[in-house]
Design a protein around this ligand. Structure first.
Ligand code: NAI
Length: 333
């Protein structure tokens, strides 16, 4: 049994994480959960958003599954997600986006995986503010080390998952140095992956191509800011943030999480859709080498989502979170 840090989080977090626990138990997934608080719930109970016991637990177990958390607005509170990425150097943000039968979208053959650099660029938090002139200069810090490790992660994924092609997304035509470094890193990394073909696209063209012919893409890799925007765009191609998985991965630690928020408008009503956090938990099982049980749960979710009445309200169904969970369990083979 592997021990995993479990962070239910705030709002609908508790309800959707309960669904994961029940389905994993029914599927005999070999996971022992170590529950920890984070966010508003932790602030109320322990007086801090990220208690030391939580950080120690992640450090010890190396793997965590996280529900959405609320970072209070203002008051000097720093985003919990950004803080966790920095503390554990989780430089890869991985977002698989694939169409599912039963979730109607404009396209039906999207199957891509986006690798977003998670620690650098405009999110480095470095800026100069001239109060007199009312001018701010935000620093987009990019390092060759940072570019190389994210590009290598994308190539490695393509190689080990029999993917056809890696596309590097950048703006090197205008941002000559900061935008060009990712491209330079790809040229270096590609030498170690002779069997993986790759190309590059400029971000503006990429957006247009993704919303017109997304099926042509396979593995994408890009910088922090472009990746932040593209990851939601790609989620939109396959049904939105309520159904896609997310992972933040470093060399030592990985945190898997639903990418949607705490949904305060429906929290406590028992109607939240647990699909996104379930898909994230499946990514976690794959990462841990538990591919068989991951596939069983994934198939059960696919089977459930294919029948509208078995789904939650946001997908046009009639089921609450608990009924949806039972429907997935019934579909476990
Ligand atoms: P949100 O994602 O919580 O909600 C947007 C809309 O989507 C709402 O109508 C909500 O009901 C719906 N929705 C979201 N997840 C759903 C689910 N699983 N099932 C059914 N409907 C779902 O975004 P919002 O309102 O901007 O943020 C609310 C709070 O969440 C904020 O405090 C924000 O800071 C936090 N947040 C946390 C994130 C995280 O921890 N990863 C990510 C995004 C926001």
């Amino acid at each position: 049994m592997a021990v995993v840090t479990l962070i239910p989080g705030d709002g609908i977090g508790v309800e959707i994480i309960e669904s994961v626990k029940e389905i994993f138990k029914a599927a005999n997934a070999p996971i022992e959960w170590e529950e920890q608080l984070a966010g508003k719930t932790a602030l109320e109970k322990h007086g801090e958003l990220l208690p030391k016991s939580l950080l120690d637990s992640i450090e010890r177990n190396k793997i965590a599954l996280k529900g959405p958390v609320e970072t209070p607005v203002g008051g000097g509170f720093k985003s919990i997600n950004v803080t966790l990425r920095q503390i554990f150097d989780l430089y890869q943000n991985v977002r698989p986006c694939k169409n599912t039968v039963g979730i109607n979208t404009r396209f039906n053959d999207v199957d891509l995986v986006l690798f977003r650099e998670n620690t650098e660029g405009l999110y480095s938090g470095l800026f100069l503010y001239d109060e007199r002139l009312q001018i701010v200069d935000s620093v987009s810090r990019i390092s060759m080390k940072g570019c190389l490790r994210i590009v290598k992660a994308a190539f490695e994924y393509a190689k080990t998952h029999q993917r056809k092609r890696v596309t590097v997304v950048h703006k090197a035509n205008i941002l000559k140095k900061s935008g060009g470094m990712m491209l330079e890193a790809a040229q270096i990394a590609a030498k170690d992956y002779p069997d993986v073909t790759w190309n590059d696209k400029i971000i503006d063209n990429m957006c247009m191509q993704l919303v017109t012919k997304p099926e042509q893409f396979d593995v994408l890799v890009t910088s922090n800011l472009f990746g932040d925007i593209l990851s939601d765009l790609c989620a939109g191609l396959v049904g939105g943030l309520g159904v896609v998985a997310g992972a933040n991965i470093g060399d030592d630690v990985a945190i898997f999480e639903a990418v949607h928020g705490t949904a305060p408008d429906i929290a406590g009503k028992g109607i939240a859709n647990p699909t996104a956090v379930l898909r994230s938990a499946i990514l976690m099982l794959e990462y841990m080498g538990q591919k068989e049980v991951a596939k069983r749960i994934d198939n059960a979710i696919d089977k459930t989502l294919a029948v509208k009445e078995l789904c939650t309200g946001d997908l046009g169904g009639k089921a609450g979170t608990k009924e949806f969970t039972q429907n997935v369990i019934k579909n476990l083979e």
